[in-house]
Design a protein around this ligand. Structure first.
Ligand SMILES: *[C@@H]1O[C@H](CO)[C@@H](O)[C@H](O)[C@H]1NC(C)=O
Ligand SMILES: *[C@@H]1O[C@H](CO)[C@@H](O)[C@H](O)[C@H]1NC(C)=O
Ligand SMILES: *[C@@H]1O[C@H](CO)[C@@H](O)[C@H](O)[C@H]1NC(C)=O
Ligand SMILES: *[C@@H]1O[C@H](CO)[C@@H](O)[C@H](O)[C@H]1NC(C)=O
Ligand SMILES: *[C@@H]1O[C@H](CO)[C@@H](O)[C@H](O)[C@H]1NC(C)=O
Ligand SMILES: *[C@@H]1O[C@H](CO)[C@@H](O)[C@H](O)[C@H]1NC(C)=O
Ligand SMILES: *[C@@H]1O[C@H](CO)[C@@H](O)[C@H](O)[C@H]1NC(C)=O
Length: 619
């Protein structure tokens, strides 16, 4: 009897202590959720923490917290240290800043720490190696850590992975004696010699530093800390003659350097002038057709040095490379002489419409900030040129030179969906009815599906309404596909451009799931008539997906629709709601919860079919 009572007592005691520890875990998670910025963590606080997204428990305690690519930003609050049973912690690919919080030292059971792809800064705390005896993998790559690599890496006896590449680390690599399976310190500012135990690793893991020694070049023999001199016979000191020699050499070297710099600057300035003139000159053509005769000559003059520069170098092809000739024949000279009208400034560069005298019209995009070398550029464009789909804008030709990268597309007379949705509605354009919008959604979905189906690594990378162009019959033609990986990420504007998936922190690291998110935003835009970059939405700190879900939760879903869409259309509402739901599912916060593009396409096909108008309709 007493035995039973005692065991019962212990049982309840155990239960109580377990639940109170879980309660502490819960508080820590909530402190994290409240303390971190960026996209809110969508946790149902009335449900137990072990059911929350990214949280895993074992024996009633939180053992794993994985929040990869969920759009968190700002510094981490002091909170995670209280998750004392944590074994796995992942915040990879967010936009977190600041130092690693000191309370991480309490995570004594931690085995896996993944913080890569954020903007963490400060020094790498040495407690990561001393206070976490079980740690196996530490990945701090692609952050902004500075200072030296701690000397006590060897204290982490079980460590197998240490990834520190793409940071701002300085100083030498400490003597690492533990047997690491994975190691990378490339692209930091480390110097000094590579410790012997690491000399068997591939060169690539050290590149982008000022390191020396095996496997890289041997270190310059510095004679036990002194500078090498030609006559190092007698003493460590430099002779007067040597000093004079060095001074004179430096002087002439500097002179030569400035001379070269001067020449380069002059040349550069000249070209800059020429370029800006040629494209600015293009703008007025549309408005003042009277000067059409003048302007093309200025465009041609401006471009002439570029063409000549190309022909001096035999490697550079002098003219356009064509993929299709069915649109008509022209050469670079003709293209530059054609009268031009600026169409817009896109993420990858400005585009203009070029009209030839014989009636041919094409769209030309001047790519800026191309970061890939010529060979890769040509290979990538060759692939893009081989793609052909009814809902993709046809790539006609391209031109590559050092100073100028042009891509020539078929011209779309109706302009972009963005202009049509958000442009001047009073200008007599016919309203976009439901059938047209559904047709545009389907066309765009098919094009992106097609891109995705070619290769699991291909994605569009820049889906937005200004890249959905419309043919004469309002058929969607997707443009700008496949260019994102070639353009410098710094040239893409802000992160909050409204279409970018929360996990995407680098515009060049794109994925098919990120495309699905952008496409979902596009669907919501098509249905609500609201621009995702709308000022009002941004000032409230709300993006279009969250605005839509906040309205649909509180009110009737039909309240979100574009008034222009519902005004003439009492029936068919049901299909609009179905399309809205597809858009919402595409914009799920976690990439894995989003459908694939083929699934999305199938769903939109069903909606269109029951609407009774499978294809696009001209009004
Ligand atoms: C962490 O634990 C300490 C001690 O139990 C407590 O005082 C503190 O409030 C906790 N912090 C959080 C964020 O839960
Ligand atoms: C949150 O969890 C509670 C309890 O599990 C449940 O009743 C409720 O429906 C959930 N709320 C949402 C919005 O999922
Ligand atoms: C966590 O570590 C800090 C020191 O960094 C310490 O002051 C604090 O008491 C620890 N918290 C727990 C719950 O152990
Ligand atoms: C990285 O850290 C340095 C200071 O250490 C700071 O000046 C710089 O702005 C940071 N860069 C980013 C991208 O956060
Ligand atoms: C490494 O760089 C630091 C600072 O730039 C310098 O003080 C140090 O002497 C360098 N060490 C070696 C071995 O070159
Ligand atoms: C090391 O990091 C660099 C830079 O991110 C990367 O290019 C390289 O492939 C990595 N090498 C290994 C072996 O992980
Ligand atoms: C430095 O000097 C010591 C003795 O003066 C010598 O044994 C050693 O080999 C030298 N090291 C280098 C790198 O020259």
């Amino acid at each position: 009897m007493t035995n039973l009572g005692l065991s019962l007592f212990f049982f309840f005691f155990l239960l109580l202590s377990v639940s109170s520890d879980l309660e502490a875990d819960r508080r820590a998670l909530i402190a994290l959720r409240n303390g971190v910025h960026g996209r809110p963590l969508l946790w149902n606080l009335t449900a137990p923490p072990c059911t929350w997204g990214g949280v895993q428990c074992n024996s009633g305690r939180v053992t794993s917290l994985r929040l990869p690519g969920v759009g968190l930003s700002g510094p981490l609050p002091i909170a995670i240290g209280n998750l004392t049973k944590l074994e796995t912690l992942s915040f990879r690919f967010n936009a977190l800043t600041g130092p690693i919080p000191p309370d991480f030292s309490n995570l004594t059971l931690l085995r896996y720490l993944y913080l890569q792809g954020n903007a963490f800064s400060g020094e790498i705390p040495s407690f990561l190696f001393t206070s976490l005896p079980n740690v196996i993998r530490i990945n701090l790559a692609q952050n902004n850590f500075s200072g030296r690599i701690p000397d006590n890496v060897n204290s982490a006896t079980r460590l197998a992975t240490l990834y520190l590449q793409d940071n701002q680390l300085t100083g030498p690599i400490p003597e690492i004696k533990i047997l690491l399976q994975q190691f990378n310190v490339s692209f930091n500012q480390l110097n000094g010699s590579i410790p012997d135990p690491l000399s068997g690793l591939p060169k690539a893991v050290f590149e982008g530093n000022s390191l020396c020694g095996k496997p890289l070049e041997a270190c310059a023999e510095t004679g036990n800390g002194t500078v090498i001199t030609p006559g190092k016979g007698k003493s460590d000191k430099l002779s007067a003659g040597a000093i004079a020699g060095i001074v004179i050499a430096c002087f002439f070297g500097l002179l030569l350097f400035f001379l070269i710099l001067f020449c380069l600057c002059r040349k550069r300035k000249k070209q800059d002038n020429v370029e800006s003139r040629s494209i600015e000159a293009a703008a007025p053509v549309a408005k003042e057709s009277a000067v059409v005769g003048n302007v093309p000559t200025s465009v041609a003059n401006g471009a002439a040095p570029v063409v000549n520069g190309g022909s001096k170098n035999p490697v550079v092809s002098k003219d356009l490379t064509f993929f299709v000739k069915s649109f008509g024949e022209f050469d670079l000279d003709g293209l530059l002489k054609a009268s031009a009208e600026v169409l817009g400034k896109g993420t990858f560069g400005s585009s203009y419409k070029a009209s030839f005298e014989h009636g041919l019209v094409v769209a030309v995009k001047r790519l800026r900030d191309v970061v890939v070398p010529e060979k890769e550029f040509r290979e990538k464009l060759q692939i893009l040129g081989s793609i052909s789909h009814a809902n993709l804008v046809t790539l006609i030709a391209y031109y590559f030179s050092r100073d100028e990268k042009l891509v020539v597309f078929e011209y779309m007379s109706r302009g972009s969906l963005s202009a049509l949705l958000h442009g001047n509605k009073g200008s007599g354009r016919s309203p976009l009815n439901w059938e047209t919008r559904a047709g545009i959604a389907l066309g765009a979905a098919r094009a992106i599906s097609y891109l995705h189906s070619r290769d699991p690594t291909t994605s569009h990378g820049n889906i937005k309404s200004s890249n959905i162009l419309l043919s004469e019959s309002y058929e969607a033609k997707v443009s700008d596909y496949g260019l994102a990986p070639m353009i410098s990420p710094t040239s893409t504007p802000n992160r909050i451009d409204g279409y970018r998936a929360p996990e995407v922190t680098d515009a060049r690291r794109i994925s098919q799931k990120a495309d699905v998110y952008s496409f979902g935003v596009l669907l919501l835009e098509l249905l609500t008539g609201k621009s995702p970059t709308h000022q009002q939405l941004n000032e409230e700190g709300v993006d279009l997906p969250r605005w839509v879900s906040s309205i649909t939760e509180q009110q009737s879903p039909s309240d979100v629709f574009d008034p222009e869409l519902t005004r003439y259309q009492a029936e068919g509402n049901e299909n609009m709601i179905r399309l809205l739901k597809i858009g919402i599912s595409c914009t799920a916060q976690y990439p894995d919860s989003r459908p694939t593009m083929p699934e999305v396409t199938r769903l939109i096909e069903e909606v269109s079919r029951t609407s009774g108008s499978p294809g696009p309709l001209s009004d």
